[in-house]
Ligand binder design. Sequence first.
Ligand SMILES: [Zn+2]
Length: 290
Amino acid sequence: MHEASGAPAVDGKDREGVCPMTLATVVVEFFVVIAFALAAVLLNTIDARGFLASATVGFAVMYGGGFSWFVIVAVFFSLGVVFTLYKYGYKRRLGSAQGKGGARNWPHILANGGLASIAAIWNLASPGVVPVTFFLGAVSTSAADTVATELGLLSHSQPMLITHPSQAVRPGTSGGVTTLGFVGAAFASLVIGIMALALGILPDPYLILPICVVGGVFGAAFDSLVGATVQRKGYCVVCLKPTEALKHCGEKTKATQGKWYIENNIVNVVSTIAGAVVAYATFLALAPLI
Ligand SMILES: [Zn+2]
């Protein structure tokens, strides 16, 4: 997408021809991102403040990686929306649904899209397999974790703590895992892999699918592991319901377990890094075999 800017300028005239085209591309990219973020707000999938966060992530990914990278992030986002809204009423009755009709807020968007944005800008500065695999691992992790969480809430069997598989926990508790959740994680990261393959982000299917699935499922499992061990858990001082949120019923919640500063968004950031590193390690392990 940005090849034009890298074209050698034989003389001054060539450069004049290249710049307006590159500028036009950037303007088109900008409007595509704004339109997508605006549609997301209007569909109530992100809240108003989430607009700026989504537009920032979207533009960084589009500018750094090009349109195909943006499509990958859009696919992750759409997967999240579909699985969040699927049986939303039932999840709300469980008390485990995302608040505000499923709309995500800006910290959540930055936590899930931050590393993908950094990888895209990194790819612009120094294109190569490292930023590409980090990007795919991070997006696969976010997709896998989101779908695993939303699908896991619908599991007929009770979630078990990932660190103590014999101990059942309330649905929606961080660290709780279900077979359905793992299936969801594998499915979501496979979708990201298939899309990345179709868009030619990495040409080899024997590499791209394992990179996404291994990175994504590992990242989602790592999220549960952190969730079971050091993530903040507590209760609401107003309604006394158990919650992992920092605020509930408009008041600060009381932490009873885990580190008080490790809340869900921090866990998401750490997990995308873990998923990205494992995606790159998967590439290193498989590349010599192909
Ligand atoms: Zn409350």
